[in-house]
Design a protein around this ligand. Structure first.
Ligand SMILES: C[S@@+](CC[C@H](N)C(=O)[O-])C[C@H]1O[C@@H](n2cnc3c(N)ncnc32)[C@H](O)[C@@H]1O
Length: 278
């Protein structure tokens, strides 16, 4: 999946059909997830969006085209409009991992690619990793496939969970990866994980006490959150440390990475944290 520069063939076809200079406003970049295209469409092109989508699909080779929109709510669902085709379920291959998903209904951020790839080398064989916000296995499939670690993946949304289970089979890691369709706050495991993934944004801090209870007395937590730039670099570490102290843990920050700009002046970051029970 990568963004690319507009193909001359698209311009050639649409320059004969679009009035005035509208051809100059055609999307120059897009995202291809499996064989589904995500296309940003400017408001000026709204009346022609279905035809534009059809031409992009045919030239680029996609079975469906969605108009790019935003990701909403607790289960981080995209709000994309279908412009072309009808089947938005696809298999996207990235770093040798097969991710099956419905692009119209499940988020798969191109900007998180480095983090998905990084996860392939963080864990050791035999470790137990708990992914509290598994999605379709975005971050934990690389851990199971390349790290050969044992993974427990928790996903609340039943539709997303269906793909998580399929992906475990598609990537042949049934022997070491299992999935639970539940709210992670109800997950019964305590003091079991060598590593906890908290791949969530906006209110990840609310889940810190649960992550600490799932983790062993010494463990690594990959803590994601969104943070206003003006509060960095103190945040989000200060908040994590405060909550951890309240629960009897010391925390050491091993690493901090900016994943992407989430909104104007707001970053999505991940911290690798080592925790120790006092
Ligand atoms: C934004 S996606 C991120 C997927 C992946 N962790 C990543 O970082 O790319 C977050 C996922 O967490 C799930 N989720 C949200 N709250 C949850 C909860 N309390 N328990 C389990 N899953 C939850 C959502 O349904 C969604 O699939």
């Amino acid at each position: 999946m990568r963004t690319q520069v507009i193909k001359p063939r698209i311009r050639e076809i649409l320059s004969k059909e679009l009035p005035g200079n509208l051809v100059d406003l055609l999307p120059k970049r897009w995202v291809k997830i499996g064989d589904v295209l995500l296309l940003p469409i400017r408001p000026e092109l709204e009346p022609y969006k279905y035809r534009i989508a059809e031409v992009y699909a045919k030239v680029i080779g996609a079975k469906a085209v969605l108009k790019k929109g935003h990701i909403y709510g607790e289960t981080r669902k995209p709000n994309y409009e279908l412009l072309y085709g009808n089947d938005t379920i696809t298999i996207h291959v990235e770093n040798g991992i097969r991710y099956k998903l419905d692009v119209a209904r499940i988020m798969f951020s191109p900007a998180n690619v480095k983090e998905r790839v990084r996860m392939a080398s963080v864990a050791k064989p035999g470790e137990l990793v708990v992914d509290m916000f598994a999605g379709i296995g975005h971050l934990s499939l690389p851990i199971a496939v390349y790290g050969k670690a044992k993974v427990i993946a928790i996903e609340k949304d039943p539709y997303t969970f269906k793909f998580l289970v399929e992906n475990i089979h598609l990537n042949k890691v049934e022997d070491r990866m299992s999935a639970y369709n539940m709210d992670n706050r109800e997950f019964p495991g305590e003091n079991i994980a060598d590593r906890v993934l908290m791949g969530y944004v906006v209110k990840t801090h609310e889940f810190i006490p649960k992550a600490l209870s799932i983790a062993k007395d010494e463990a690594i937590i990959h803590y994601h959150n969104t943070v206003p730039e003006r509060l960095m670099p103190k945040e989000p570490f200060e908040t994590f440390k405060r909550i951890a102290h309240e629960h009897g843990y010391e925390v050491e920050k091993i690493n901090e990475i900016r994943i992407k700009r989430y909104a104007p002046g707001v970053w999505h970051v991940v911290l690798d944290l080592k925790i120790f029970k006092r």
